[in-house]
Design a protein around this ligand. Structure first.
Ligand code: FE
Ligand code: FE
Ligand code: ZN
Length: 286
């Protein structure tokens, strides 16, 4: 049995040529899930989704049997901002992300918690929770995932304590979770490579946040070392995490139902290589 048959493997795919094209691309790799941007990730606004496109997209998701599908929010959104004018803009854009994810029927909306530029980390964390409480709705379909950060510059959310403190303050608890990016986790300083270090890292996550909140994984290797706080993804097996680190994740039976999304630098050009690297991991699970 191939390891990629056992895990919920997917990758970030392009929507160019129509949003439903993402499903075609994902199906070429036999992915079980995928991630997209529902709009240009470097812009605030987007033209409304076309009803025909949405229909085609939803049909294709069903046809190919994708589940645990994910949207990655725009990179522009800093939910931690202390700037009140900017906050209004961020809230509008975040609401739009939720709305689009729900129109498309996608399961998870992943976003980078934000940065503490112009304020303290404590304030930024409080702003993030407060802003999430403003935009979240009881009847929303998608679950919002905080993506852990590498801890570059002023960014927050590299530390599990910080992620836990945001979640603590969220009102609609059944619509909030975490997406762990393996590159960011390693760059933030957590050991996921040695078997003991990996076990400790997951234990720490479980005790601070709860393993049931781990709804997504971004499966990436890292160009930079552990604790570098640099966010530089690498193809699976070719970075400083290496195949032994990736092995810990993909062989962990507790994570079998968690979407594992590749976001490696070659994108669709490199996914087959990544899949082969994962499947080169032999041996018995634990
Ligand atoms: Fe991300
Ligand atoms: Fe990521
Ligand atoms: Zn990253």
């Amino acid at each position: 049995m191939k390891i990629t048959d056992e895990i919920k493997i997917g990758g970030h795919v392009s929507t160019s040529g129509g949003i439903y094209m993402a499903t075609e691309r994902a199906s070429k790799f036999a992915f079980k899930t995928f991630q997209i941007f529902s709009k240009n990730q470097m812009q605030w606004k987007a033209k409304p989704l076309d009803a025909e496109d949405v229909k085609k997209f939803r049909k294709a998701v069903e046809y190919f049997g994708f589940s645990g599908t994910m949207v990655h929010a725009s990179y522009l959104l800093n939910m931690g901002t202390p700037d009140l004018d900017l906050r209004k803009k961020v809230l509008d854009a975040f609401s739009l992300e939720i709305e689009r994810a729900d129109i498309l029927g996608l399961d998870f909306l992943t976003f980078h918690p934000g940065s503490a530029s112009g304020t303290t980390k404590e304030n930024a964390l409080r702003n993030i929770a407060e802003n999430l409480n403003t935009v979240m709705r009881d009847n929303q379909h998608c679950t919002i995932l905080l993506e852990n950060a590498a801890g570059q510059g002023n960014t927050v959310g590299d530390d599990f304590h910080q992620l836990a403190s945001i979640i603590d303050d969220i009102q609609i608890k059944d619509r909030i979770g975490i997406c762990l990016d393996t590159c960011h986790t390693w760059a933030a300083g957590y050991d996921i490579v040695s078997p003991e270090g990996y076990a400790e890292t997951i234990d720490e996550f479980a005790s601070l946040i709860g393993l049931e909140r781990l709804k997504g994984i971004h499966l990436n290797d890292s160009k930079k070392g552990r604790g570098s706080h640099l966010d530089r993804h690498e193809q699976i097996g070719l970075g400083t995490i290496g195949i032994s680190g990736i092995r810990n994740i993909v062989m962990d039976r507790r994570l079998r139902e968690v979407p594992m999304i590749l976001e490696t630098p070659l994108g669709e050009e490199g996914y087959q290589q990544d899949i082969d690297a994962i499947n080169s991991i032999g041996g018995n699970g634990h």
